[in-house]
Design a protein. Sequence first.
Length: 79
Amino acid sequence: MVEQARNGADDFEWHYRLLMPDQSIKYMHAVARATRDRNSELEYIAAVRDVTARRVSEEAVDKARSELAHVARVMSLGA
């Protein structure tokens, strides 16, 4: 992301994760918008959001879907 900014990229976004001191992981989503200041210098306005709860819930839904598909396969084999 720093390299994109150095190269003068326009708007961009990225996802990354942080390993916390307690070994937990936080998932982050950042969005940056390029603007020009009064001297026509490029600057970025960015927002960073913690999306850990959303990511964890999506993973739980994916796991539940996978388990349900497995049960459906086993049931159809039993029939």
